[in-house]
Write a protein that binds this ligand. Structure first.
Ligand code: DGL
Length: 259
């Protein structure tokens, strides 16, 4: 098969990568997309680097076997820990990562704190610190690790008291301050956007999926590997839990209105 007709693979520790894949469905409707979620081992964001690397490599191996022409590490945590090693090993396939959208949040140029929600691992990695040095040095940036939010989304909790109370407890120290933007630095979090919006009001809520998909598109264009077929692409969902429940949740998330 010609490279351009091969699928694009997405991996995540669980169902979060679907928020990135949704952006790809919009921007690249003719592409065939495969998502592998490792819900059996989620959350990654509180594991050791060794564990995260091992799990990420095995998810990528799954997508390589599916003949993917490009692979999106649709997980901030796995990107921050494993992207360099992955690129070393898989030299033939472009590997695209995602990182917290600090740059667009700073470029809004609005007064107030920027709150970065992410997993504990993402927030303490060098890659993230480098991002802050490059773009955020003159702004007040608050780190808000929210590991439990991943577990709520993995259970399909996108609204209701449990989610609202959790988010309130996290945002409480900042509710009297001006917040200019909230960066969703974990691909699970966009599924809780409505609930986050209720708490932070007018603050802009930004995630990295738009930038990641833009980069994916540019890379495929440069390699002359964009799918030029006239028909709509296919979507395949795989999950390490392999249960009907998780596949139902994935389908629900793919069609959920999150704005
Ligand atoms: N969705 C992931 C991310 O973007 C990780 C969630 C987790 O497994 O902790 O960071």
């Amino acid at each position: 098969m010609q490279e351009k007709y091969k699928p694009i693979g997405f991996m995540d520790s669980g169902v979060g990568g679907l928020s990135v894949m949704k952006e790809a469905i919009k921007a690249l409707p003719q592409e065939n997309l495969i998502h592998f979620g490792d819900s059996k081992n989620a959350p990654y964001g509180i594991k050791t680097d060794e564990e995260i690397k091992k799990l990420t490599f095995s998810a990528v191996e799954f997508l390589i076997k599916k003949q993917c022409k490009a692979i999106v590490i649709a997980c901030n945590t796995a990107t921050s820990v494993a992207i360099n090693d992955l690129r070393e090993i898989y030299k033939e396939v472009p590997i695209i990562g995602i990182e917290p959208a600090v740059k667009p949040a700073v470029e809004l140029n609005e007064d107030g704190k920027i709150i970065v929600m992410a997993t504990p691992v993402t927030l303490k990695k060098e890659k993230f610190n480098h991002l802050l040095e490059m773009y955020g040095s003159d702004r007040e940036i608050i780190f808000l690790p929210c590991p439990e939010l991943v577990e709520l989304i993995e259970r399909g909790v996108l609204e209701g008291e449990e989610l609202d109370n959790y988010l309130l407890s996290k945002f409480k120290p900042y509710l009297n301050d001006k917040i200019s933007a909230v960066v969703l630095g974990c691909t699970h979090y966009p599924f809780a956007k409505k609930a986050i919006k209720k708490i932070v009001g007018d603050a802009k809520i930004i995630d990295g999926s738009y930038g990641t998909v833009k980069q994916l598109k540019n890379i495929l264009m440069r390699r002359d590997e964009l799918n030029d077929s006239n028909s709509k692409g296919t979507i395949e969902i795989f999950n390490s839990l392999n249960s009907n429940d998780i596949l139902e949740l994935c389908n629900m998330l793919l069609s959920a209105e999150v704005e």
